[in-house]
Design a protein around this ligand. Sequence first.
Ligand SMILES: [Ca+2]
Length: 264
Amino acid sequence: MKKRLLLGILIGTSVLAISGIVLVLLNDSPVNPSTLLYTYDVVNVYPHDHNAFTQGLIFDNGVLYEGTGLYSQSTLRCVELETGKILRLYALPNQFFGEGITVFDDKVIQLTWRSNIGFVYDKLSFDLLREFWYPTEGWGITHNGSHLIMSDGTATLYFLDPDTFERVGQVEVHDTGPVTELNELEYIQGEVYANIWKEKRIAIINPQNGQVTGWIDLSGIEDSENQDANNVLNGIAYDAEEDRLFVTGKRWSQLFEIKLAALE
Ligand SMILES: [Ca+2]
């Protein structure tokens, strides 16, 4: 009996140990040596509303559009970059937790977290034009000019028809393993940049096959005022005309323009 018990303990311990190794491998997503690694230089710092729980951020036609979250506090806003001044604001009904946004043509599209409903607004007036349904959680959204690209907190990026909002494709994002917790997105020069929830790094993803082609290490960039575990890095915007890259975080008081620097 003692031998059996000992054997059982040994087997059990081994299974736990093996499971532990597997979990560590999956969670740590070790960096593929062929991916490019970037650090950053801060080029400009702009004010950011420290009450804005940033879930979506884009730069369009000279201004920022920002979607914020939390129940009873979610908004869509148009913001002046240089001053942080809110030029236009729409408050979502209290039952919705706002998530990612993107501008497609003359419309703003906004996801919600767990309501399975997206909203479509007129870009200039913020008049609500229509709603659409999707089956997963809503996290981040961007587009490649022909399709909307959305994340749901897993390793999957979904491609949606921009008119019908039907799902027409998907890719699994991976480096050496699946890369989960894909959050706010931005499509930049043929690749998808994705915040990883609760991490200070951004994945650069080939949208054709989901392969991570680079990582931006944003260690050291953080909010100087508002320390809270939920106030994580989130929000990537790109000014294509002037090639400016902006990042911020949830309830951060600053928004940073950064330049990437490749690490050897
Ligand atoms: Ca974005």
